[in-house]
Write a protein that binds this ligand. Structure first.
Ligand SMILES: *Cc1c(COP(=O)(O)O)cnc(C)c1O
Length: 392
């Protein structure tokens, strides 16, 4: 048997990625202060963080982490169902459930782990998972791990979701969507999707990683902004809440089914209790953060208005995610590099994170940005995009 060499296979894949300007590389930050970050000895203004409310550095959040670590140590020492479940985890779950108006909540190690675990726990091979074509990778992976039939519908198309549900036979079904799409910044048509889920007797699952803290009354997220309540609602703690982890909130029986069966929950060490304490403080700040949300909305309007005036290829978004569509990988990388030279850190997002030919600069805004920083970024974007146009 002539077994192909795995090393050779990997070398070929590496070469193909390099050819397509699709290689990624890690670059450590030497220091970070709010939205300023030091890399290779230079300070840059960050426009790609998901810390939408500026809570990652908030003195009260940091103090909560410090104090809880002093009292309870760092590691939780085991999974939740062994001895890792701490009073602080339980308090955070109760606070999230209360904030979002659900009877129960369950803390996960990360949003990725939550999505994979939730779908795997709820669906079996006779199930159906219907998803938006632009859903986050973790929702897709969860459906794959469950072994259920996966059907995807055109982006943002509730009637497309209905057709997929109707066309897949009589299977118990989950309809899963991002609340705010992470690479486009647009919002799912949640009221229409909730109607489809009800009509078709499917369960709606909203992953609101980018909506929580930002949208809706008290920052309760995209379902609240759309005037619906999803039976299952995932929030992550690593974006607007400035911490780490994720919480599934929803109907008691559904959340319990996830606790009983989600492998990424059962077989993984619980988050440090001190992180739960930090998130609890961040939750209080986010919930009472109307001032921060007003500030953020003003910056979004400033940036989007400015970008449109300059004729930049901005995608239509009303959230802090404001992507500029450049299309080609090499152009997108060149633009990000030029912006870095000008002192700004903006992520060049390329396939497979986005569809082929849709590489983009994913600009994200935070309540902690200043007006002048946003204006300076617009100036730099204008210069960089003009340069791109004038080079073939
Ligand atoms: C970031 C993100 C996740 C993953 O959450 P982590 O806590 O970072 O693992 C899941 N879903 C969506 C839509 C996201 O944007």
């Amino acid at each position: 048997m002539a077994r192909p060499s795995l090393r050779e296979r990997l070398a070929q894949r590496h070469a193909a990625r390099a050819e397509a300007h699709a290689l990624r590389r890690l670059r450590p930050a030497q220091a970070r202060e709010g939205l300023r970050l030091q890399r290779d000895g230079r300070w840059l203004t960050v426009f790609c963080s998901n810390d939408y409310l500026g809570l990652a550095d908030h003195p009260r959040v940091v103090a909560a982490l410090r104090q809880a670590a002093a009292e309870h140590g760092v590691g939780s020492t085991s999974a939740h169902l062994v001895n890792g479940h701490h009073r602080l985890h339980a308090e955070l779950e109760e606070a999230v459930a209360e904030w979002l108006g659900h009877p129960r909540a369950l803390l996960f190690g990360s949003g990725f782990m939550a999505n994979v675990g939730v779908i795997q726990a709820l669906l079996e091979t006779d199930g159906l998972c219907v998803q938006d074509r632009l859903n986050h990778a973790s929702l897709l992976d969860g459906a794959r791990q469950s072994g259920a039939l996966l059907r995807r519908y055109p982006h943002g198309d509730a009637e497309g979701a209905r057709r997929q549900l109707q066309g897949a036979g009589e299977r118990p079904a989950l309809l899963a969507t991002d609340g705010v799409f992470s690479m486009d910044g647009d919002i799912a048509p949640l009221a229409a999707l909730a109607g489809v889920a009800t009509d078709e007797n499917a369960l709606l699952y909203v992953d609101d990683a980018h909506g929580i803290g930002v949208l809706g009354p008290q920052g309760r997220g995209s379902p609240a902004a759309a005037g619906i309540r999803s039976p299952l609602h995932l929030i992550t703690l690593g974006k607007a809440l400035g911490g780490h982890g994720a919480v599934l909130a929803g109907e008691s029986e559904l959340v319990d089914a996830v606790l009983q069966g989600a492998r990424s929950y059962l077989f993984s060490t619980a988050l440090p209790p001190a992180l739960a304490a930090a998130s609890l403080e961040a939750l209080r700040l986010a919930r009472a953060g109307d001032g921060l949300r007003q500030r953020l909305d003003a910056l979004i309007a400033r940036f989007a208005g400015g970008a449109r005036q300059l004729g930049l290829p901005l995608l239509p978004s009303t959230t802090p995610i404001q992507p500029i569509l450049l299309g080609d990988n090499a152009r997108c990388l060149a633009a990000a590099e030029a912006l870095e030279q000008a002192g700004f850190l903006v992520a060049a997002i390329r396939p497979p994170t986005v569809p082929a030919g849709q590489a983009r600069l994913r600009v994200t805004l935070s309540a902690a940005h200043g007006d002048a920083e946003v204006d300076a970024l617009l100036d730099a974007l204008d210069r960089v995009c003009r340069q791109l146009e004038s080079t073939p």
